[in-house]
Design a protein around this ligand. Sequence first.
Ligand SMILES: Cc1cc2nc3c(=O)[nH]c(=O)nc-3n(C[C@H](O)[C@H](O)[C@H](O)COP(=O)(O)O)c2cc1C
Length: 213
Amino acid sequence: MKKIFIVITLFMMSSMLIAQDAMFSTPYIQLPNPQTRGGMPLYEALFRRSTAREFSTAKLSLQQISDLLWCANGINRNDGKRTAPSARNAQEIDIYVMMPDGAYFYDVEKNQLTLVSDKDLRPVTSHSDFAKQAPLMLLFVANYDKMKGFDENGREFYGATDAGYVSQNVYLYCAANKMNTVVMGHIYRDDIKAALQFNGKAVLAQCVGFPVE
Ligand SMILES: Cc1cc2nc3c(=O)[nH]c(=O)nc-3n(C[C@H](O)[C@H](O)[C@H](O)COP(=O)(O)O)c2cc1C
């Protein structure tokens, strides 16, 4: 009887490990539909909005990641326009989601996270201690493939401006959901660009997580 129990336990443990391994090697993660109604009243969220640099070890659920990304720069209208404005509706701010197990590109139309690196790129982006503690770091990239009609100054100026709106949306999401966040201008732009290989500029990164109890 004892032997049967041990065999069953070992079998269950090995299948759990295989399932976990399969999750990490998946080329994409389908996010659940974002919650697009309700939430904390805007004035209350504005009252709470702040920067906080301490994070507990708790991870965000897929639902929370979906809601966060939709608030950041998701599609909110039938014509494909976004929760954040963009100059000439270029919609050039791409979001990369960097977590300990890898980095993902937010495919806004499919509401999917596409795996782009199996490395932890949080410490590549920022050397701040809190950057390693936050379970999730967003990277806002001005995608120059989507800014063909802008000259160099325009790409620089509007890329930075439009990333700011996305960042503020993240601040408001965090305020409304009692989560901690800090946006960072002090990031290693060349290093993260080399790691992710995009045509554009990494404008800002933003850590998101839960407060320490
Ligand atoms: C464009 C921008 C860049 C920032 N860069 C950093 C940064 O690199 N590191 C950091 O710890 N905080 C950074 N911050 C956060 C500011 O320090 C913070 O917003 C400021 O102290 C005001 O605090 P509050 O957000 O709570 O109002 C940045 C904020 C902005 C708007």
